[in-house]
Design a protein around this ligand. Structure first.
Ligand SMILES: Cc1cc2nc3c(=O)[nH]c(=O)nc-3n(C[C@H](O)[C@H](O)[C@H](O)COP(=O)(O)O)c2cc1C
Length: 219
């Protein structure tokens, strides 16, 4: 018998853009991409409401299926949900991020294996490791959005401290980013300077991001 597949109800997603083209977040797509991609954004205000373990697993499961060069899957998500572990993980964040991310019910770090494990080039540096890990992060972020959660990546971390906190050997692995994950909380709970910025950002125009035929610098 085929295993039952549970459908996750999308709390953040919309099925079709309204006539104006403006989506509920305020973002306006320039072509018919699924709202999933346009409506995901990175809040800083998180509710302390815990994330259900099955939902958390679904988020990591989405990342597990990300593509990678030679299927090396050079990523590991190390996560904390218990208060004492979250406090430990928060020590690896840059101060500007610790300020808001400490309240998220889940903190995670994305650890990247630097060398190739399998095949002809085993033991050589993996030139696409961070790129592959980025794909895994994006899958995680999109599944979080589909599951009614928000994920916020943080490159602002102390990589040495984070590695020490996690017990990561620096010769073989990099700590790429930290991730705050949970349900969105009220912007008013943030310090005023961050509360002002608590809204979805814009993007460069489509015709600048995708150009036909020849590269054109827009810098
Ligand atoms: C690799 C990476 C590193 C980031 N580092 C930080 C960070 O240290 N602190 C922060 O507040 N936001 C950080 N962000 C969030 C970005 O600022 C945010 O994704 C960007 O402004 C686009 O906004 P959006 O995600 O809300 O669409 C990071 C995002 C990525 C992908």
């Amino acid at each position: 018998m085929a295993a039952a597949i549970t459908t996750v109800t999308a709390r953040n997603t919309t099925t079709a853009p309204p006539a104006s083209g403006r989506l509920p977040s305020g973002r306006v797509p320039q072509a018919a991409a699924d709202p999933l991609f346009v409506e995901r954004w990175s809040p800083r205000a998180f509710s302390p409401e815990p994330v259900d373990p099955a939902t958390l697993d679904a988020v990591f499961e989405a990342a597990r299926w990300a593509p990678s060069s030679a299927n090396e899957q050079p990523w590991t998500f190390v996560y904390a949900t218990r208060p004492q572990d979250r406090a430990r993980f928060a020590e690896g964040l840059a101060e500007m991020n610790r300020l808001w991310a400490s309240t998220a019910p889940v903190l995670a770090y994305l650890v990247v294996r630097k060398k190739i494990l399998n095949g002809t080039w085993a033991g050589q540096p993996n030139p696409t490791a961070w790129f592959d890990a980025g794909a895994a992060w994006m899958s995680l972020a999109l599944q979080a959005h589909l599951s009614g959660l928000s994920a916020h990546a943080m490159g602002g971390i102390d990589r040495e401290k984070a590695a020490a906190v996690l017990g990561v050997p620096r010769e073989e692995y990099d700590v790429a980013i930290a991730i705050a994950l949970g349900h969105r909380g009220p912007a008013e709970a943030l310090p005023p300077t961050l509360a002002e910025r608590e809204r979805p950002s814009g993007r460069r125009p489509l015709r600048e991001v995708a150009v036909e035929g020849r590269f054109a610098s827009t810098d």
